[in-house]
Design a protein around this ligand. Structure first.
Ligand code: ATP
Length: 319
């Protein structure tokens, strides 16, 4: 029998919302949504390493586990238990009956080192934290031989955040409810995006509060987006991109509307705020056009990247 790995790596993509409609506010304050999500090729990578020392080589030592976490991002990303990757690790520990401990309390307790290479912009509406939570569940499910299937992982994921279940599988999906019920969507073709990034995050709860004030108007349906994806029609997809939260994001950050207009004037087939923003994505007709448009709009954002979608799902590798 092959030995269990002591070192795994999960590369996990970000997402854009091709369509997002708010369907109302529940009594608990959450908003009900209909949204179509697709993964894009801006990735984080989580490396998980199990250090077995002395007595911890014994399987019984796995009943306790210490988590050590680090990342290469700036101060906006928490390094403690607030980080969603760490929260995911602790949620999985509870699920499989592992007790938490700290280094001083017990000798020989195994340590799982998590290191995050952060490339997905933070607080950007691209599900960065959710992607990291999904990466953590997938990595540690393997590293700890927890053997949960994808359904069970998605159940844990739903406890961690609305976008986390989508991030477990990736690809293209329609999500309803508060976003945790997802179904895969048939999609053809590859899409090329100009991703306009702002260094200053927008808080998701703040955007929803602004939405409750400014609203959006209409009751849009995702049909046109779903049809465009089914036929691989980039022009139709560009025309159908929609986000009910866009007006709220523009209300809080008026410069974003200028960024979207700049993308359209530079030749995008459509442009929209992703999720709760502030990232604005523009759909280009080809990879070459995306590169050319990115140069034209560079001054309108703090940073511009070119990415493609769909970007598959999390990729697990050893070593
Ligand atoms: P979504 O698109 O799911 O609404 P987002 O992309 O707008 O999310 P995140 O990048 O997940 O937002 O960050 C939101 C907040 O979550 C950050 O300001 C940060 O304090 C916290 N956070 C916790 N864990 C992480 C993580 N692994 N990466 C980034 N932010 C994290």
């Amino acid at each position: 029998m092959a030995a269990s790995p002591t070192h795994v790596r999960v590369r996990v993509p970000s997402k854009v919302n091709l369509f997002l409609a708010v369907r109302g506010r529940r009594d608990d304050g959450y908003h009900e949504l209909v949204t179509v999500l697709q993964t894009v090729s801006i990735h984080d990578t989580l490396v998980a390493r199990l250090e077995r020392t002395g007595a911890s080589a014994h399987p019984a030592a796995r009943r306790f586990m210490e988590i050590a976490f680090s990342h290469d991002a700036d101060g906006a990303v928490p390094t403690d238990d607030d980080n969603l990757a760490v929260q995911a690790a602790r949620r999985l520990m509870r699920e499989v009956g592992m007790g938490a401990t700290d280094r001083t309390s017990q000798c020989g307790v195994p340590v799982t080192q998590l290191h995050l290479r952060k490339r997905i912009p933070t607080g950007a509406g691209m599900a960065g934290g959710s992607a990291d939570a999904a990466a953590s569940l997938i990595a540690l499910n393997h590293l700890w031989d927890a053997d949960l299937d994808s359904y069970q992982l998605r159940e844990l994921a739903a406890d961690l955040g609305a976008d986390v279940p989508f991030c477990i599988n990736g690809g293209t999906a329609i999500a309803t409810g508060i976003g945790t019920s997802t179904a895969q969507v048939l999609t053809r073709g590859t899409y090329y995006w100009v991703v306009g990034i702002s260094d200053e995050p927008l808080s998701t709860p703040e955007v929803y509060r602004a939405y409750d004030t400014v609203g959006s108007g209409g009751e849009p349906e995702p049909d046109a987006v779903l049809q465009a994806l089914r036929t691989g029609d980039a022009e139709a997809l560009g025309a159908a991109l929609h986000n009910d939260l866009e007006a709220a994001a523009f209300h809080l950050r008026p410069a974003l509307a200028g960024g979207r207009d700049a993308l359209m004037e530079a030749g995008c087939l459509g442009a929209v705020v992703s999720g709760s923003g502030p990232t604005v994505v523009g759909l280009a007709g080809s990879a070459q056009q995306a590169t050319a448009i990115a140069e034209v709009v560079a001054d309108g954002f703090d940073r511009v990247e070119v990415a493609l979608s769909p970007a598959g799902g999390p990729e697990l590798s050893y070593g």
